[in-house]
Ligand binder design. Structure first.
Ligand code: SIN
Ligand code: MN
Length: 283
């Protein structure tokens, strides 16, 4: 069973570094269930969209705003995850969105250096009081393009973002200057590990030129007190109903097709509220 929420020591590490890697957060049984559900889920594949990475590759992902009752929702709503986000943000939190990053073998594109708040700022979110929980579905290694972070960069404030290919990236001159003062860490992960990271944490990842896929699910939470002041393509405050961690394995008893069927995908080609997403960065 999931072994969160984050401890006081882990929360202190997050406050210091802007991220914390929680190894074995989900059990192998739980993460296998998510992996199988995702890889067999035709709807996830059908609702995927992709963007050029400015380096000749393409990133591919599916995104949804409300967690729902599917296996994906059980991961996003389980106590271990939600109470970790509550501990980080010292508040009630709500689900801002989740996404599956499908970094496929040989073709999965690179992500440019960015802060998530660099995008979310545009959505009427006044403070960087959000956190992302990046769940490794497949192993993530240097070879298949694991997440890279700059510890301490969350304390530098919001950095201007400019378009690189179809992605908005943080101002390169500033990132290069930051890299002369702060380290770069490759976050290699096993399936079931979770890295929680601050909305202003600078992160990127390389293209996947290996034979191994690197799929990850990222659940993003906003503090209830940070309700955006205007409507955008991600929701304003919406109460989040937590479930016990045991709900993950219980969801596996349903047929996968059923369990994934209630997801309200954010469809960038059909959903009018996602017009901005079609034009702008993918987050
Ligand atoms: C990654 O999957 O490497 C990064 C994705 C993101 O920043 O959302
Ligand atoms: Mn990001």
């Amino acid at each position: 069973m999931a072994n969160g929420p984050l401890t006081k020591t882990q929360l202190a590490a997050y406050a210091q570094d802007g991220y914390v890697l929680a190894r074995g957060f989900f059990s192998s049984e739980e993460i296998s269930l998510l992996k199988r559900a995702a890889k067999e889920d035709k709807a996830l594949d059908d609702h995927a969209f992709s963007r050029g990475d400015g380096e000749g590759g393409r990133v591919r992902l599916s995104l949804w705003n409300h967690p729902g009752d599917s296996i994906y929702g059980m991961f996003a709503r389980c106590r271990s995850m939600v109470e970790s986000a509550e501990g980080i943000l010292a508040d009630e939190v709500y689900h801002y969105h989740s996404k599956m990053i499908m970094k496929d073998a040989r073709t999965g594109g690179a992500w440019a250096w960015h802060q998530d708040y660099g995008y979310w700022y545009q959505n009427g979110v006044l403070a960087p009081l959000l956190t992302s929980a990046f769940i490794a579905v497949d192993p993530a290694t240097k070879e298949n393009g694991c997440l890279q972070v700059i510890p301490g960069s969350h304390a530098l404030g919001r950095i201007d973002h400019v378009l690189t290919g179809d992605q908005a990236g943080a101002d390169r001159e500033r990132v290069d200057a930051i890299l002369t003062r702060l380290p770069l860490v490759h976050v290699e992960m096993a399936p079931g590990d979770v890295v929680f990271f601050h909305a202003n944490m600078l992160h990127r990842s390389d293209r996947n030129e290996s034979e191994n896929p690197r799929w990850s699910m990222i659940c993003c939470y906003n503090a209830a007190r940070n309700d955006p002041y205007k409507d955008a393509h991600h929701p304003r405050y919406t109460p989040l109903a937590k479930v016990d961690d045991s709900a993950i394995l219980a969801a596996g008893e349903k047929r996968f097709a059923d369990s994934a069927s209630d997801v309200a995908w954010l469809d960038i080609n059909r959903d009018a509220s996602a017009t901005k997403l079609r034009r702008d960065p993918v987050q």
